[in-house]
Design a binder for this molecule. Structure first.
Ligand SMILES: Cc1cc2nc3c(=O)[nH]c(=O)nc-3n(C[C@H](O)[C@H](O)[C@H](O)COP(=O)(O)OP(=O)(O)OC[C@H]3O[C@@H](n4cnc5c(N)ncnc54)[C@H](O)[C@@H]3O)c2cc1C
Ligand code: SF4
Length: 516
């Protein structure tokens, strides 16, 4: 059996970032990724291929609690979901690390404070080349340094939106963007500022994803090995059951075993839970690290709504994701609980609508969709989803994954939608036309839109109510760690990737210290 110092399972925001951080140590590191390299091909930027044909969505079938099958919006590639993500790289708010009271209950505190994660947010922003402007967003948490790159400028219609919002008394800000855009020197800019970013892979590798800025830099070190098309199916422990002794990998039609002093799982929230739950043994009959019966529970995925507002004037914006609004993050004058974040989503294109609501739009006359797309200004509204033990991932003996989920904070989500709608009259948009858009949910089953999945192996100080300790090591195993969004005790209302990256760097420092 080949042995390593560290095995990292999964190469997305958590795993890919960790690989880069550990690589210079010279330790023998093995990355195991079930997917392949995402091919660079014209289809990367073809709306029909990406949004209608689901070219980059895994063919997995999962089931809801009634046993109804659905195709989850998950992506198995080197770089994981970040290959397709919108690269809006937000920090959680400082308050998100404490306990917050929501309409539907409590958003629990994290076992670490914002201040403890802050240096790692700064490092993650540097590694992922985040563009932004400090001081514009009133809810912004304190930062030890400026963004490493200047904010991405608004295109004219979004600049007008920003001006209109300010005139109406709001506080729009330049959103933190992970794109390698050099507006001062466009002939040499890697990013060409195209209209096919959010939800698409980047054909020119200019998006700050975990393949380009995590795995590839890690592989420059000869001590790092990547095996693609290598799906981990089980973790086996030593006889005492106190450490992982073998990682069982399905590859090239067979099963192989590899081992390491330290094993780090970063398969994404649902798949990390699945792997732990599948790894049963006499010592761990309910799955690995699951003495507390918490593995798979507290699944969260944001109460998000993609909506398009119809501007009276056409909206010619290409790269739209430059503006955010957190005026309602902690509530509003008519709602005492946190409402959430408002940001822009990738500009809608006529062809996308067909992939979203086939029955309603496939037969619609082309010009209607095009008119809509031409005038659309597209928003992404996120309300915090609360962790509930009954919202959970379970796996049966055949590996069939069931996602039992009931939305939380629905009233809050509706209220946020109402707030945005009520602003529109002031913003040169038709107040009657704010239309739901299911950009990441092609399926009628909302749980399929699991882009922001989190929370299935939360970290905490109490082994009875958490899976991992404060270092994100399994309470019950001395060499098993988790570094993806599974670890989140609560998810906040901003996008999760930068927090996963920052926490991975924090855990990475602990691992480096441990390996000294
Ligand atoms: C369309 C889309 C848009 C998004 N936009 C944003 C955004 O703008 N901002 C933001 O912050 N977040 C965004 N997200 C969410 C963000 O991408 C995720 O939160 C983040 O990638 C999660 O990181 P992770 O490490 O938990 O999982 P992932 O990045 O999904 O990585 C998990 C990896 O594990 C691999 N894997 C799974 N199971 C196994 C196994 N058994 N064996 C081996 N490998 C395995 C997978 O193939 C994958 O590579 C978006 C997501 C999507 C899908
Ligand atoms: S906007 Fe830039 S980073 Fe995004 S897909 Fe286009 S070229 Fe790539």
């Amino acid at each position: 059996m080949d042995t390593y110092d560290v095995i990292v399972i999964g190469t997305g925001a958590g795993g890919g970032t960790l690989a880069r951080h550990l690589a210079p140590s010279g330790k023998r590191i093995l990355l195991l990724e079930r997917g392949d390299w995402l091919p660079r091909e014209l289809e990367n930027w073809l709306t029909g291929s990406v949004f209608v044909d689901n070219r980059y969505v895994s063919p997995d079938t999962w089931y809801d609690h009634q046993g109804t099958p659905f195709q989850p919006g998950v992506h198995y590639f080197v770089g994981g979901a970040t290959k397709l993500y919108g690269a809006a790289l937000y920090r959680l708010r400082k308050e998100d690390f404490g306990e917050l009271t929501h309409h539907d209950g409590i958003s629990p505190a994290w076992p670490i404070s914002y201040d403890e994660l802050e240096p790692y947010y700064t490092l993650a922003e540097q590694l992922y080349e985040v563009h932004g402007a400090r001081g514009e967003d009133p809810t912004e948490p304190p930062a030890s340094g400026p963004y490493p790159h200047p904010a991405v400028s608004h295109e004219p219609r979004i600049q007008q939106l920003s001006d209109d919002l300010e005139a109406a008394g709001f506080h729009p800000f330049h959103a933190p963007c992970g794109i390698m855009l050099d507006e001062e020197n466009m002939p040499f800019s890697r990013c060409v500022r195209c209209a096919s970013c959010d939800g698409f892979p980047c054909l020119v590798h200019a998006k700050s994803d975990a393949e380009v800025l995590g795995v590839r830099p890690a592989l420059e070190h000869p001590n790092v090995t990547l095996l693609t098309n290598s799906k981990v199916v089980r973790l086996e422990t030593d006889d005492g059951g106190s450490s992982v002794a073998a990682v069982v990998v399905e590859r090239e039609g067979g099963e192989e075993r590899v081992a390491a002093d330290l094993v780090v799982v970063a398969c994404g929230a649902a798949n990390t839970a699945k792997l732990l739950l599948q790894s049963t043994s006499d010592k761990h009959p309910n799955g690995l690290a699951n003495g507390s019966d918490q593995v798979g529970r507290n699944y969260m995925f944001h109460d998000s709504t993609a909506v398009l507002a119809l501007s009276r004037e056409p909206n010619a914006t290409a790269y739209q994701k430059t503006l955010g609004l957190n005026d309602f993050y902690f509530g509003s004058d008519d709602f005492e609980y946190p409402l959430g974040n408002v940001q822009m989503v990738g500009k809608s294109q006529a062809e996308m609508f067909r992939g979203e609501r086939p029955r309603e739009t496939r037969l619609a006359p082309e010009w209607t969709l095009e008119m809509m797309a031409k005038h659309a200004i597209d928003f992404w509204l996120s309300t915090e989803d609360l962790p509930r033990p009954e919202n959970r991932v379970t796996v049966d003996g055949d590996g069939k994954l069931t996602l039992t989920y009931t939305e939380t904070n629905l009233e809050t989500k509706k209220h946020l939608y109402g707030k945005v709608k009520s602003m529109l009259g002031q913003l040169d948009m038709n107040p009657d036309h704010l239309i739901h858009r299911f950009a990441y949910m092609k399926n009628d089953i909302p749980i399929a839109g699991c882009a922001h999945q989190a929370g299935t192996a939360r970290f905490g100080t109490d082994p009875a109510s958490s899976v991992l300790n404060v270092d994100c090591r399994a309470h019950e195993l001395d060499n098993l760690y988790v570094v993806d969004t599974s670890v989140f005790p609560s998810i906040g209302a901003v996008n999760p990737a930068l927090t996963a990256m920052a926490n991975s760097l924090r855990v990475g420092d602990h691992l480096l210290e441990r390996m000294k």
